[in-house]
Design a protein around this ligand. Structure first.
Ligand SMILES: C[C@H](C[C@H]1O[C@@H](n2cnc3c(N)ncnc32)[C@H](O)[C@@H]1O)NC(=O)c1cc(-c2ccc(F)cc2)cc(O)c1O
Ligand SMILES: [Mg+2]
Length: 214
């Protein structure tokens, strides 16, 4: 009955996943999006790269830009150590409403703070609103032409520290060419490209991992 695609994804989760089991939640979404309706989740293939970078970083405080329906929110939150937090930013209220339900169904809501609004407005308020000193990890997955301005904003707001890891989705498809130029040419970042495929497809895409050097 779900009239929108995000609502149909939520239905697929409620029908096929086990409440409180994050793995079953994102697996149900992957199955639905691979076999029924494509959707712009980071997906299972790039998701494995996300998992491995997260396990390496083990962030105490993480930021996600572009929640969409919460697929990567659940993937990230399930790997966080006890007491660690993920702040995720989404400006589309309809997407945020579905994401909240998927996050709750997975049982990771205690680790996640979903903030509704545009990243450009919210990033400057992070310190005061959430008492954050700096982020250990940032997952960029929102409008691709916001990657550079928001990275600069994070720098200017003192929200990055020596060693903060930025991981950017879609640097090939749809593409974030300005962002690749920025992090690859800047002496303040150590950057590496993880080649993969666009979610649920054979088209090339990849994740760019960039360590802020301070
Ligand atoms: C941008 C979206 C992801 C979400 O980001 C929220 N958002 C935006 N700008 C802001 C902000 N400034 N602040 C807060 N939230 C924000 C939005 O509402 C979406 O829910 N992601 C994509 O468009 C996306 C597209 C594709 C894709 C690839 C090939 C195709 F043929 C077609 C589409 C693949 C992907 O993997 C994506 O990630
Ligand atoms: Mg993406």
């Amino acid at each position: 009955t779900g009239s929108t695609q995000p609502q149909r994804m939520l239905e697929a989760v409620q029908k096929n996943a086990t409440k409180g089991d994050p793995e079953s939640v994102f697996s149900a979404i992957d199955y639905y999006c691979r076999h029924k309706e494509w959707a712009m989740n980071v997906g299972d293939e790039k998701g494995l790269i996300l998992d491995s970078v997260l396990t390496e970083v083990n962030p105490s405080i993480a930021l996600e830009l572009g929640t969409y329906c919460g697929y990567s929110t659940v993937r990230i939150a399930r790997l966080l150590s006890p007491g660690s937090k993920l702040i995720t930013v989404e400006f589309n209220p309809a997407f945020a409403a579905v994401a909240r339900q998927i996050i709750a169904y997975a049982g990771v809501q205690d680790k996640v703070t979903l903030v509704e609004g545009p990243s450009g407005d919210l990033i400057p308020k992070m310190k005061e609103r959430f008492g954050i000193k700096s982020f250990d990890f940032v997952f960029l997955d929102h409008w691709k032409d916001r990657y550079v301005p928001d990275t600069k904003l994070l720098e200017d707001c003192g929200l990055l520290r020596k060693g903060t890891v930025l991981l950017a989705d879609n640097v090939i498809c749809p593409g974030a060419p300005e962002y690749l130029k920025y992090v690859r040419n800047s002496p303040r970042y150590e950057s590496r490209y993880f080649k993969s495929n666009l979610e649920y497809s054979k088209v090339e895409d990849g994740l760019e991992k960039s360590v802020f050097l301070g």
